[in-house]
Ligand binder design. Structure first.
Ligand SMILES: *[C@@H]1O[C@H](CO)[C@@H](O)[C@H](O)[C@H]1NC(C)=O
Ligand SMILES: *[C@@H]1O[C@H](CO)[C@@H](O)[C@H](O)[C@H]1NC(C)=O
Ligand SMILES: *[C@@H]1O[C@H](CO)[C@@H](O)[C@H](O)[C@H]1NC(C)=O
Length: 396
């Protein structure tokens, strides 16, 4: 433990030195190690999806947060894709820079503050779409929540979608990516690409450039796993004409209509809609508190959403699991492992977006360890083991 965290710390110092001293991509493009000899993605237990990297520990969507998540055993690194003013796709969650960067300290940008309509809300701040990539690279990212570790504030820069992909491709084992086409309506209003291309076109072009392709569980997919996610049905339908990679339809809170088609929560979670969307997506990503409603910080009776999604052959990857007490419902006795146990073993979800990849990984390793023989590509050995365990259970 001590060794690992020391090594991680040294790596972070090293990374921060590089990041502060250069604005060029720090990862060689394209990947040098993606040669098929690495430990494959596990597919026998629910997916560990590192929400914005290990952002419970390190400022969200930075290279360091993603590398930490890989170190901690994630299956997928998750990110939000937005655009700079000059059309470069970047990893950043909010349309404004205010809450998670040091933009307020950059006096040279004071006159860049704007007010725009973002999904029906008049929003004021410094928008990524008003800054070139070069300008964005001069900013430093900071921790979103005051109760989390602040020591990394100011150390890391915003990364591009391409840099993010390189981190996954250069990982020591197969690590998938889980990028979101974020705020597509807003981005397409504010950023114009040559040849009339849309945000979704640039997004898919980037994936293809680095070799992402293939339907869920295909050979190509297992080599470079990806889930494309979006809250906007029209973006998912549009992207499905461009790439056959699996897609996940994100579902917002019950009061929030879809940003593009203005459909209600009840409409998009109806059986009729699940039946329609299953032609375009392999699963849904709902907010966990809508799957199991919460009153006074106690869980209520679970809805039938997971059962209905499964009956339409759709996976369910709820968001977002967080260790801290202000996010843990009282039923879980302040124990994040109890929360994982409930969602994995009682509700039966297929993947979990977590701010603390290490905790979810530990839980899964302790409760359903991957046997040595499941790691590696030897399906004959796997089959023999399966037969052996069947025989053994008969004997008992
Ligand atoms: C694959 O990549 C690893 C890590 O860089 C390297 O050690 C190994 O020699 C490569 N194998 C092949 C067949 O190129
Ligand atoms: C949006 O908010 C800003 C800042 O409060 C305000 O100046 C502007 O008039 C508002 N715009 C609209 C259309 O309400
Ligand atoms: C979205 O739908 C609601 C409810 O049907 C309606 O009241 C609202 O005006 C619609 N908004 C837009 C922007 O079309």
């Amino acid at each position: 433990m001590a060794l690992t965290s020391n090594a991680g710390y040294v790596l972070l110092i090293y990374l921060s030195l590089i990041l502060v001293s250069t604005a060029r991509p720090i990862y060689p493009l394209p990947s040098k190690t993606s040669n098929g000899s690495r430990q494959p993605l596990q597919t026998s237990r629910p997916y560990n999806i590192a929400h914005r990297g290990s952002n419970g520990e390190i400022p969200e969507e930075t290279a360091a947060a993603y590398m930490r998540a890989i170190e901690e055993g994630t299956d997928f690194i998750e990110t939000d894709i937005l655009s700079s003013k000059d059309g470069v796709l970047i990893c950043f969650h909010d349309v404004t820079l205010d809450d998670t960067t040091d933009i307020a300290e950059h006096k040279e940008f004071t006159n860049r503050k704007r007010s725009y309509d973002v999904q029906g809300v008049n929003t004021t701040g410094f928008f990524t779409v008003d800054f070139t990539l070069k300008e964005l690279k001069t900013l430093r990212v900071k921790q979103r929540y005051a109760f989390r570790d602040q020591q990394y504030n100011g150390k890391f820069s915003i990364i591009t979608f391409e840099e993010f992909i390189s981190i996954a491709l250069d990982a020591p084992r197969v690590v998938g990516i889980y990028p979101e086409m974020k705020n597509p309506v807003f981005i397409n209003q504010h950023v114009k690409w040559p040849g009339g291309k849309r945000f979704e076109d640039k997004f898919v072009e980037t994936l293809k450039k680095y070799g992402y392709k293939g339907s869920y569980m295909s050979k190509d997919w297992l080599k470079q796993p990806v889930f494309i996610q979006s809250f906007a049905p029209t973006s998912l339908v549009y992207a499905s004409d461009l790439i056959d990679s699996p897609k996940i339809f994100l579902i917002d809170d019950v009061t929030i209509p879809t940003q593009d088609t203005n459909q209600s929560y009840w409409e998009i979670t109806s059986d009729a809609y699940l039946d329609y969307i299953k032609d375009y997506v392999v699963g849904i990503g709902p907010w966990k508190d809508t799957v199991v409603p919460v009153v006074n910080n106690y869980l209520q009776t679970p809805t039938d959403l997971v059962a209905r999604a499964h009956s339409h052959n759709l996976q369910v990857h709820p968001y977002t699991y967080r260790n801290e007490e202000m996010f843990l419902h009282f039923n879980f006795h302040q124990d994040p492992y109890e929360e994982y146990d409930y969602w994995i073993n009682k509700i039966g979800v297929d993947g979990l977006f977590t701010d603390f990849t290490g905790s979810l990984h530990n839980f899964l390793e302790w409760t359903s360890p991957l046997s040595k023989n499941n790691i590696g590509d030897d399906s004959a050995t796997k089959l023999l083991n399966k037969i052996a365990s069947l025989v053994a259970s008969y004997k008992n």
